[in-house]
Unconditional design. Structure first.
Length: 1149
RNA sequence: GCGCACGUAGCUCAGUUGGUUAGAGCGCGUCGCUGAUAACGACGAGGUCCGUGGUUCGAAUCCACGCGUGCGCACCA
């Protein structure tokens, strides 16, 4: 039943056909169906932004997201996997704008919102298909056909429902705040978005004179990096408790006021002396009036007095105030306040205003329009973009003698995360907020329930982020997003939230639905989901319940798309209109995983929304999660960033080459670089190239097995390629080996069994007449099965705690053991002539079963390789599950773990390794037989067992005799060391002396004492110490002058003396090797018989061949070997045999 | 500036509650095997565990300070 399989398989091709098989046979669906009664394992797909092509980093995320659901499914859980796509938001709009060659909101309006939205929807679809391709090719099993899509009506309605809930509870409010404003895009951004855009820039840094009104020769000095805010100045802030100095600036000739402690530093900065004339506290400066740096507003408004609540008159602005946030860390200790452009500044304005009677306090001065340009209130700079105004404003200050000092200041400044060239500005704006700050403690508590991997994320990065929570700036003055479902009465301004489209259309006096109907008539292709979007939804109005004759109209904003993604736990089901049961059964998630950049993205949005919405507090929606604030995910693997790797010329002129390209164009004159992946630099290769060259399993294995998932991962083609032989190829070769001999010998395996086959467990296999109980098989068989069973248990234990990296190490080790010890040591058993010998059949059954178990074990990790193995191993069998992914995960119950056997086998392998090391040292090749090996052990307890297995070592090392000993040996010196772990706590400070005493004594003598009395008596510093066998560790050292090698537990010494017999045998083995080589060159079948003619002038070689004629003939399937002293031969090969030239002719019969 | 993480072989990384010979893979070198053969295997070289100080009988591991890298935060005026 088994066909020989080649070792030169092309994995990518094989994977493609397996993909087809999965599709044809609906394996994924069936893997799910057959677990439908199982305990749920809930997985949430964090929706990838359907914008831009997937890059290698996404492959890591998707590979990890695939691994654990596959594993849990095989373990019997029901793991529903619903795909999802994040489709809204700025990224999409920006992409479409690029395509259309437009940028501003005016241009979008001019193009037409309706057409623009349609384009956004199309753009999203295009990318979703690309993503689906990569998802499938990687072997990421997820239900793409049922994917949730954030722009779908059902999704939008879920979001609406949640927003209505928040609105009705007073948690969604409209506020006038200073927001981070993207002027070109005409919208505010959330703190999350702002944080993504910080970049280092050099801004002008100016120190400006604010002359005091009553003493124009004395000026406050303020410092700012945003000169464009100076025309909007309203106050100068000091700290009451800081001391300020009046300094004479000898060169400029005037008096300046700065923080006293900064005089020296500033004097140094301007490189001229400042003479302190007097010092006052900040308190004394408060209330002093100054001339504002520009008079655009003063000339217009004047500076009339307002009326304080105490009844006194008070000038409104352009005076010194106190502010807590003023420090002497930088600047001058006096801060210019432009409340329109700074959150803290704005708060000062509000608290100043509150001192006045209603309507008499300071207003807000704002010289900038929402487009980021100066308004007509400031004619000098009207129409100028803020950043462009910095220079002329600085110049104007200088001309009017107000510029005290100027320099460059390098700092981080936020830019739009989607339009890199656009700096953000703080700007006063009406905006919608969610009162997340009311849930700060709840979110923190929730966070403590989450199993973070790595665990420091919880208290660290994520916890810190929650601690500094601010209200969520939710609204966006954009187009492609979930519309904010708030309708406002156009006469009273009263508002209400709407939870669904049906609710809206059943409002009294509803109008405007025809806008959608008409659009749909005009273009029947239009997706129905668009009707809940702009501009159609904006057209829908209804009668105001608050004022007769008035209409309710929707506010114009859409919402932050991060809210969409965070709503996914319920919105994916359309809850509560639809999918109520599913939502309750699938909340919270057992497992999610994304990269670390989602800390304040999806991780936060999910947590915030769930905390506010679900639980058992008033107004919240109860779920099955049994806690006051349910966390939306129980375990989260936070993945590291993926780094790119490339090659470049030494001068850096040619960059981002592959290794091959570098070699081709630059010879060896190139350097290797690693760094952040960047779309713009295109410093990485498409994952498709890896799939095509090496296959998805190669990438998956590389990602899983080379580092913990949270450390940053190098996306290196070379490293991916190099990781293939050590695991995938090695496993494949073992499999190939098996099939070659199984075919030759006609091993029938489970096809002996008539019925009752399903997953090919050991119980099922045991029905085969030739399958013997493991206990009856050879030790080697028992060992590998025991090791395999231990591996199963270890992998399960690790995977259950999300340690995929550790599980891979375990898998790697078992494949290594199978290939490099089990198969290696068993080879001769497969060659045995008697096809029905129980030992030979045992060997087949053991290897066969091991391969079956391994194919199941690796199935979640490298699903293609697993499937290929399974399909080959089970081909032609009736009733067996047709895919490995339909099987149960092996739990190791098929064999007991024999720890002693494992230890002994390790020891055996170590001895073999040491022997080879000694041979190497003595320059004696393994082919040359040696007479005797002495193995000296530190621990005598395994000697008997080892002696019983000396055939293995004899064969591995090609020696005639082997001798084990643990006592005194001429080849070994002993050093006795204390067992630190044991003795440390017991003798403490005496330990160094104890160590010294043991080192000085004769090791052999100490051991002698130990064997005789079972203990060693010592006196250290007058104190007597008694050591038992556990208290000491014996170290062996090979004495010099011997061909010997030492390891942790043994010394292996070779007798290097070569007798004539040994030499002859060595020559014979050499001859065999040469003849085998020729057989291969002639492309002989394994079974071809040959005749050999040898011509050799060296008598000793002829003798050797004569002596071992039978042996050589047997090994090489030669029917006759003819040896001559001399003579000419046709078609002969000349080779070196034992350093002597020899002619050999091979005749194939 | 503050916070988090990291710093171990040429490279990528492991290193359990502190235990005295610091590991793996790749790469490199030397070699073996030649019935897994366009495969397989062995052996070897290579380390100031970032630095300094401390705690301890004992530190890659714990503590402090510094240096470097990455990421995050923001009252960066």
């Amino acid at each position: 039943m088994f066909r020989a399989v080649k070792t030169d398989v092309r994995f990518p091709d094989q994977e493609e056909s397996i993909l087809q098989f999965w599709k044809d046979r609906q394996i994924y669906d069936r893997s799910l169906q057959q677990r439908s009664g199982g305990q749920p394992f809930v997985f949430y797909e964090g929706p990838p932004t359907a914008n831009g092509l997937p890059h290698p980093g996404h492959c890591l995320t998707r590979a990890i997201k695939d691994l654990f659901p596959r594993y849990r499914t095989m373990r019997g859980f029901w793991c529903n996997r619903k795909a999802g796509w994040d489709t809204h938001g700025l990224p999409v709009e920006v992409e479409v704008c690029k395509e259309l060659g437009i940028h501003s909101k005016e241009e979008i309006e001019a193009y037409g919102v309706e057409k623009f939205i349609a384009k956004c929807q199309h753009s999203v679809w295009r990318y979703m298909q690309e993503w689906e391709r990569v998802t499938e090719r990687l072997g990421f099993w997820i239900d793409l056909s049922q994917a949730y899509v954030t722009y779908h009506q059902s999704y939008v309605e879920s979001v609406w429902w949640s927003l209505k809930n928040l609105f009705d509870r007073g948690l969604l409010y409209r506020g006038h705040k200073i927001v981070w404003w993207w002027a070109q895009g005409g919208t505010a951004l959330s703190s999350g978005e702002v944080g993504q855009g910080y970049r280092e820039v050099a801004d002008p840094s100016v120190y400006v004179r604010f002359p005091l009104l009553d003493d124009p020769a004395t000026s406050l000095i303020i410092w700012t990096t945003t000169p464009w805010t100076l025309p909007s100045n309203q106050f100068a802030a000091v700290h009451s408790d800081i001391d300020y100095a009046y300094c004479r600036d000898s060169e400029a000739g005037d008096v300046i006021i700065i923080a006293a402690s900064l005089v020296e530093a500033l004097s140094e900065k301007i490189k001229r002396p400042l003479t302190v004339e007097r010092t006052v506290s900040g308190r004394e400066l408060v209330g002093k009036r100054y001339t504002p740096p520009f008079d655009f507003y003063e000339s217009k408004l004047g500076n009339p007095n307002g009326k304080l609540r105490s009844g006194e008159p008070m000038v409104r602005q352009w005076r010194v105030v106190h502010a807590d946030f003023v420090t002497i860390d930088s600047g001058t200790g006096i801060v210019h306040l432009a409340p329109a452009f700074g959150e803290a500044d704005y708060e000062v304005l509000i608290s100043e205003r509150e001192r006045f009677e209603e309507g008499t306090g300071p207003g807000l001065i704002c010289a900038i329009g929402p487009d980021g340009k100066f308004t007509d209130e400031v004619p000098d700079y009207q129409g100028m973009w803020v950043k462009e105004a910095d220079r002329p404003i600085t110049r104007a200050l200088r001309e009017r003698g107000k510029l005290w000092h100027q320099e460059q200041y390098v700092h981080d400044y936020p830019f739009c995360w989607r339009a890199n060239e656009d700096p953000l500005i703080q700007y006063p704006r009406e905006s919608w907020f969610i009162r997340t700050t009311a849930f700060r403690e709840a979110m923190l508590e929730n966070n403590r329930q989450i199993g973070w991997l790595p665990d420091h994320i919880g208290p660290g990065r994520f916890g810190n982020f929650l601690e500094s929570n601010v209200d969520w700036a939710l609204s966006r003055e954009r187009y492609w997003g979930t519309p904010l479902p708030i309708w406002v009465c156009d006469s009273t301004g009263k508002m209400e939230a709407v939870a669904s489209y049906d609710e809206l259309t059943s409002k009294p006096g509803v109008q405007g639905l025809d806008v959608w109907t008409q659009a749909k008539l005009a273009d029947p292709e239009l997706a129905d989901d668009l009707k809940v979007h702009k501009p159609y939804i904006d057209a829908v109005t209804y009668d105001s319940p608050y004022a007769k004759g008035s209409r309710m109209r929707r506010v114009s904003e859409v919402i932050d798309c991060w809210y969409d993604s965070g709503a996914m736990p319920f919105a994916q089901w359309g809850y509560p209109l639809r999918g109520s049961d599913l939502f309750k059964a699938q909340f919270p998630a057992d497992f999610i995983s994304e990269a670390i950049d989602q800390t304040r993205g999806w991780f936060y949005s999910q947590l915030a929304i769930s905390t506010m919405l679900f639980g058992n507090k008033p107004g919240q929606v109860a779920t099955q999660a049994d806690m006051p604030y349910p966390h939306p995910f129980k375990n989260c693997i936070v993945l590291g960033l993926m780094l790119a790797e490339w090659y470049e010329s030494k001068d850096g002129k040619q960059r981002f080459l592959t290794e091959e390209e570098a070699r081709a164009t630059l010879g060896s004159d190139f350097v290797h670089k690693t760094g952040k992946m960047s779309k713009q630099l295109r410093n990485y290769r498409s994952p498709q190239e890896i799939f095509d060259r090496y296959g998805a399993d190669a990438l998956r294995w590389y990602l899983f097995a080379n580092q913990a998932p949270w450390s940053s991962i190098l996306y290196s083609e070379r490293a991916i390629r190099d990781s293939i032989p050590e695991f995938l190829l090695r496993l494949w070769n073992v499999f190939s080996f098996f099939t070659i001999y199984a075919e030759i010998d006609g091993f029938r395996g489970p096809s002996e069994i008539r019925s009752g086959l399903d997953q090919l467990t050991s119980e099922e296999l045991a029905q085969a007449p030739t399958y013997r109980p493991v206990a009856q098989r050879s030790e080697l068989d028992r060992w590998i099965l025991s090791d395999l069973a231990a591996t199963c248990r270890d992998v399960i234990e690790r995977m259950d705690r999300y340690d995929s990296y550790g599980a891979c190490q375990s898998l790697h080790a078992i494949v290594d053991a199978l290939s490099n010890w089990y198969v290696r040591r068993s080879r001769s058993r497969y060659w045995a002539a008697d096809k029905s010998s129980p030992d030979k059949l045992d060997a087949y059954w053991t290897l066969y079963e091991s391969m079956l178990v391994i194919s199941k074990l690796i199935a979640p990790f490298t699903p293609f390789m697993a499937e290929a193995l399974w399909r080959h191993l089970t081909s032609g069998l009736e009733g067996v599950r047709e895919s490995v992914h339909l099987c149960d995960y092996p739990d190791g119950s098929f064999a007991q773990t024999d720890a002693i056997l494992n230890t002994r086998m390790d020891l055996l392998r170590e001895i073999a390794s040491l022997g080879r090391s000694a041979r190497m040292e003595a320059k004696l090749k393994v082919r040359q037989p040696l007479g005797r090996v002495e193995v000296t052990l530190a621990d005598s307890s395994h000697i008997t067992w080892l002696s019983e297995h000396d055939d293995i070592v004899r064969e591995e090392l090609n020696v005639k005799e082997i001798h084990y000993a643990s006592g005194a040996s001429p080849y070994v010196s002993y050093a006795v060391q204390p067992n630190f772990r044991r003795l440390g706590p017991r003798v403490g400070p005496l330990l160094p002396k104890l160590k010294q005493t043991l080192a000085n004594a004769s090791g052999a003598q100490l051991m002698e004492e130990m064997t005789q009395h079972g203990k060693i008596q010592l006196t250290i510093d007058g104190k007597s110490v008694e050591l038992d066998g556990e208290d000491i560790q014996v170290r062996l050292t090979a004495k010099s002058g011997w061909a010997a090698a030492q390891g942790k537990s043994a010394v292996v010494a070779l007798h290097t003396e070569l007798t004539p017999e040994l030499i002859q045998e060595g020559i014979a083995k050499d001859a065999i090797r040469i003849i085998q080589d020729l057989r291969k060159k002639r492309q002989c079948e394994f079974t071809n018989r040959i005749e050999v003619h040898i011509v050799c002038g060296d008598a000793s070689i002829r003798d050797a061949i004569e002596t071992h004629r039978e042996f050589i003939a047997g090994e090489t399937l030669a029917v006759a070997i003819h040896v001559q002293n001399n003579g000419e031969m046709l078609d002969a090969d000349t080779v070196e045999l034992a350093d002597v030239p020899v002619s050999i002719r091979l005749t194939v019969q």
